[in-house]
Every structure is written in C-alpha cells, then in structure tokens.
Design a protein around this ligand. Structure first.
Ligand code: NAD
Length: 378
C-alpha cells in the first residue's frame, strides 16, 4: 500500500501535511511512503530527512499521482489531479464538501474514496485525528498574538513609577476550540478577557480559564447532537447584537470565531457596532472564510474603518507552520494507523465504523456520506 504526499501549491500555504516523524511511523507499520521533492522546504525540512525516515522522494508529480493508493494532503485537488488517480485510491484532505459538489462528483465518477478531514466526528475516539481542533487551537493563539501586535497599547496591567496602565480588554465571541485557546492566550498575556457563546455549556469552560462570561438571555439556544451551535432566529441574533455592542464599545480587541457547521457564519458585528468602538481598536474575524462574523471584513485583507482595524486574514495556523504541520501530520498518521491492517496489507474503509461513516464522502463510485447526500438533495 503506497502513501503519497504531493507538495501543496495553494498560494500562501506554509504547512506540510506529513512530517518525517510520522512518515517513519507509517513505514514502520509496513506502508510505503513517497513524497514530492521540496515538500518540507517551508518548515526547513529537507528531502534527506524524509529519506532518513524511510520515505522515497520523487520529482515527477504526475508519476506520484499515478502510483498512489492513499494521498495525504492539506487541500482539495483540481479535477485534473483527480483524473490522474487510479480507481480505488483514497484521497484524504480538507475538502469543504458542502460547497464542492462538483469536485465530490468527480471523485465519485473516478472511483476515488474521498475522506474529508473536516467531517471527522467530534468524539473522544476521533480526537487524535481531529484536524479542525488541532488547527483551530493554533488559530485562536495566533489571533491574539496578531491582535496584540496591531493594537497600539500593551495587554497587561503595568504599575510603574510613571503611573499605572490598565490592562487591555479582549472580547471573544464564540468559545469553541479556537475561542477557548484565544481566551487562554489573552489571559496569559495579562489582558482582561470577556467571552460569549450561544451554547450555555460553554459558560463553565470560559470561567475556568479566568475570563468573564457575558450573560445574554436569548431564550432557547442549545447545541446539535454533534456539539455544534444551532442557528439563532432573526430575533435572537438582533438581541445578541444589542448586547455585544455594549461589550464591544469597551473592548480593545474583539476576536470572533462563531461558526455554524455546514452553513454560512452568522453576522454578529454590524457596521454600526464597529463605529461604536473606540478608534485604535482591532477586530479579528476568524470566520471570514465561511461568510464572516463582522460586517466589512474581507478575506485576506486588513480594513481600516475610521481608525478601527478589521482583520480578515485566513490560514492563521499557517503563521506557525512548524507546529501546525506537526499537529496535522499527527492527525493524519492516527487516521491511517487506525484503519491500516498490517497483516492483510489493506486499508479498511468500513462503513459500519462511526468515524469512517462520518468522514468518508465517496466510495465505490457512490456518494456514501448520509449528511452530504441529504445536503445535496435538499
Ligand atoms: P465551531 O468552529 O463550529 O464554532 C465556534 C463557536 O462559535 C462554537 O462554540 C459555537 O457555539 C459558537 N457560535 C455559533 N454561533 C454563535 C453566535 N451567534 N454567537 C456566539 N457564538 C456562536 O465550533 P468548534 O470549536 O469546532 O466546536 C464545536 C463543538 O465540537 C463544541 O461543542 C466542541 O466542544 C466540540 N468538540 C468536541 C471535540 C471532541 O469531543 N473530540 C473536539 C473538538 C470540538
């Protein structure tokens, strides 16, 4: 069974999907691993390091695609790349299947088994394969560092002979994986931290990190079976905005991370709310790629609105690519290791298995994922 890791050509991608440490473990488990020459360059990992790990290094990208039994990658392929794969090949990466119907159909027609890493269930058993969590915690960390760097103030309180400096106020909206890491980072840096989430269970987690939980009575909110937030009604969202506006007015940094699984992110901060903030404040929209939580945020842009900065930079984990690669690579290793049968030399895509049922989108020339099928047939 041959695992292939082609280089990423997405603009600005700095992460690497498989590092030598995990390549070595896969080789030890009886798999053959081949990588494209230059794969590790962005994180200072040489081709020789992969060779020392027992992998082979190839320069001919087409040859790599042709020989793959399993492709390990960060991003979705082009249609041309799918057409180079042999029937029965497994392709595992982030795939954005809700928005990529055509690509999913190409996988299906070609007989490629597509694994969408964002669809790995959020369960205890699957935690070690969960790339959304591993990358989101880094994004939360980087968001605070970025905000601190752009802010024209310091974060901690400072008592000096020249006077006392008050701590900066950081407000985090959405306290999932990224939000909780952002809270912890801002607290460590000495800021005063407030946070809000529509899932009531989060209040305890926010408080345990030493932050203030902003209480808003929105009536029934709750979460889905998978632990994701439910969408608010128009009325609830309006009420949320009114309460958030008050907190934003006193915040120096606002970080929004509010997402709705498989749907467009809710707009929580309106233009009027931005205008109600103090000049010099910084907003960071971590949901910018799924529609944005902040009106006026733009993908990969920093927008200045009367002295208030709205940051919509994407791929924040890519700003710490060594650790982002290390975690993504570990997630991939655990996924393969879990389903690799060394005795039979086969990769078991068992649709009875809860994790496989969640993340496998196409198999044996069919779309086999129930959630995606329902979504496409809506
Ligand atoms: P996410 O990225 O889907 O959303 C981020 C946060 O935004 C969530 O906490 C959500 O409740 C919140 N949100 C949505 N709409 C909002 C609004 N209008 N205002 C404020 N906040 C809003 O979430 P995530 O970080 O991927 O986590 C999703 C769930 O998965 C959570 O329940 C988390 O605990 C769970 N999880 C479980 C595991 C595990 O058990 N292995 C691992 C990771 C995450």
């Amino acid at each position: 069974m041959h695992i292939v890791v082609p280089d990423e050509f997405n603009s600005g991608e700095t992460r690497v999907p498989l590092i030598p440490e995990h390549a070595a473990k896969l080789v030890k488990a009886g798999l053959e691993v081949s990588v494209e020459s230059g794969l590790g360059k962005k994180i200072e990992v040489t081709d020789d390091a992969y060779v020392s790990a027992g992998a082979k290094v190839f320069s001919d990208r087409n040859e790599l695609f042709r020989k793959a039994d399993i492709i390990v990658r960060l991003h979705k392929p082009s249609k041309e790349e799918i057409n180079k794969l042999k029937e029965g090949c497994v392709y595992a990466s982030l795939l954005d299947p809700f928005n990529e119907k055509e690509l999913i159909e190409t996988f299906m027609e070609r007989g490629v088994s597509a694994i969408s890493m964002e669809m790995i269930p959020r369960t205890t058993l699957a935690q070690k394969m969960d790339v959304l969590s591993s990358q989101a915690s880094l994004a939360g960390y980087v968001a605070v560092i970025l905000g601190a760097e752009r802010l024209n103030k310091i974060l901690p309180m400072m008592m000096t002979p020249a006077g006392t400096i008050k701590p900066a106020h950081v407000f985090i909206i959405g306290a999932g994986v990224a939000g909780l890491q952002a809270i912890a980072t801002a607290k460590r840096m000495g800021a005063r931290v407030s946070a809000f989430d529509t899932r009531p269970v989060v209040e305890e987690q926010v408080k345990s990190l030493g932050a203030r939980f902003v209480k808003v009575d929105l009536g029934e909110t709750g979460q889905t079976e998978g632990g994701y937030a439910k969408a608010l009604t128009g009325e609830q969202l309006q009420k949320q905005r009114e309460e958030m506006a008050k907190v934003c007015a006193s915040a120096d940094i606002v970080i929004t991370t509010a997402q709705l699984f498989g749907r467009k992110a809710p707009v929580i901060i309106t233009k009027e709310m931005v205008q109600g903030m103090q000049p010099g404040s910084v907003l960071i929209d971590l949901a910018v790629e799924s529609g944005g939580n902040i009106e006026g945020s733009r993908i990969d842009k920093e927008v200045d609105v009367n002295g208030i900065l709205i940051i919509g930079l994407t791929n924040l984990p890519g700003r710490v690519p060594v650790h982002a690669s290390q975690m993504y690579s570990a997630n991939m290793f655990y996924l393969i290791d879990q389903y690799w049968n060394a005795k039979e030399k086969s990769f078991n895509l068992d649709l009875e298995d809860e994790i496989i049922r969640g993340c496998l989108i196409t198999h044996q020339k069919k779309i086999c994922n129930e959630m995606i099928l329902n979504f496409y047939n809506k």
